[in-house]
Design a protein around this ligand. Structure first.
Ligand code: BQF
Length: 301
């Protein structure tokens, strides 16, 4: 049996970043500025969404970030939701606004995302930030791909000149991930291929990857035979699978078949405890950076 891969501990890296954010928050407050503030808007009562929202609130509290949760009934109209966003856009205590997705079917997600002030769009989903990212300009970057890049940097994984393959082309993960990896500078300068459900000879491509990012949304999709020996494998997937042994009757698994992949990869992220915690850490960092930007614009200096 070959040597097993190094396990990249996203949870501990995320904890370190949260500590750094907490220090910067304290420094901002010590200069007389408002603490960073995040508003999380939840529409409806989907249990998974509610759990994500709660954990974001807890993470804010630990970092000294002020947070408010706006919980709206599943019957909330688009007009009502737009009203809430307008109010948050004008609230000087709030530097970041996120609307937890998915939204109920009667609400048009795109119109909601476009209503968020681009200067408070800490999820990086507003078209202005999407365009800025595509143009290589400074902007809010979606938290999950940002977290993956940070994980690569802090794990000492060379991206410059590396062949990176991203499986998945979503606006939230795959596409911005590819843009970050091909962008200039630290954590970038890679040669990137984006694969998806219509890609022919997928394994041919994945086997060429020095860095393989799995963001497909299918449990155990990437198996050991699809991986180049020694490659870095980043698992973005969070899938529930039934498990009678587990307390809740299910457990979380990634898009990578961990047991076969770890025999081939050089380094691999686990699920849970890999990319997920980094997503939350990047949300805090985006909120901090937004508050710092707003503080600079403040007439009080
Ligand atoms: C971990 C999310 C799909 C759809 C909407 C830690 C999170 C997840 C896993 C987390 C996610 C996924 C979030 C772990 C936020 C990431 O230990 O592996 C944290 O809270 N996430 C979300 O808000 O909405 C989603 C995935």
């Amino acid at each position: 049996m070959a040597d097993e891969a190094q396990i990249i501990d996203g949870k501990s890296i995320a904890r370190a970043i949260r500590g750094e954010v907490a220090d910067s928050v304290a420094a901002l407050v010590a200069k007389g500025h408002r603490p960073p503030g995040l508003a999380v808007v939840l529409v409806g009562d989907d249990p998974a969404s509610a759990a994500y929202v709660r954990s974001k609130g807890r993470a804010c509290e630990e970092a000294g970030i002020y947070s408010v949760q706006e919980t709206l009934l599943p019957t909330t109209t688009q007009q009502e939701l737009l009203g809430v966003i307008d109010r948050l856009n004008c609230d000087l205590r709030i530097h970041g606004i996120l609307v937890q997705l998915p939204l109920p079917k009667h609400i048009n997600e795109q119109s909601i995302v476009e209503a968020i002030s681009p200067a408070k769009d800490v999820d990086g989903f507003h078209p202005l930030n999407v365009g800025r990212l595509a143009g290589g300009m400074e902007c809010f970057v979606p938290c999950t791909p940002l977290g993956v890049r940070e994980l690569l940097i802090r794990s000492g994984i060379q991206t410059q000149g590396a062949r990176a393959v991203v499986i998945g082309r979503s606006n939230i993960v795959g596409l911005p991930m590819a843009q970050l990896l091909m962008g200039r500078g630290e954590g970038g300068d890679a040669t990137v291929t984006v694969c998806h459900s219509r890609t022919a000879d997928l394994s041919e491509l994945t086997r060429q990857a020095d860095i393989l990012i799995a963001a497909i949304g299918r449990a155990g999709f990437v198996t050991g035979d699809m991986i180049k020996p020694g490659a870095t494998v980043i698992d973005v997937g969070i899938n529930r699978v039934d498990d009678a042994e587990a307390e809740k009757g299910y457990r979380l698994v990634g898009d990578v078949d961990f047991d076969s992949a770890r025999q081939v990869a050089g380094a691999i992220t686990p699920v849970p405890g890999g990319v997920g915690p980094m997503t939350i850490a990047m949300l805090l960092r985006n909120t901090l950076e937004s508050a710092q930007t707003w503080a600079r614009a403040d007439v009080r200096g």
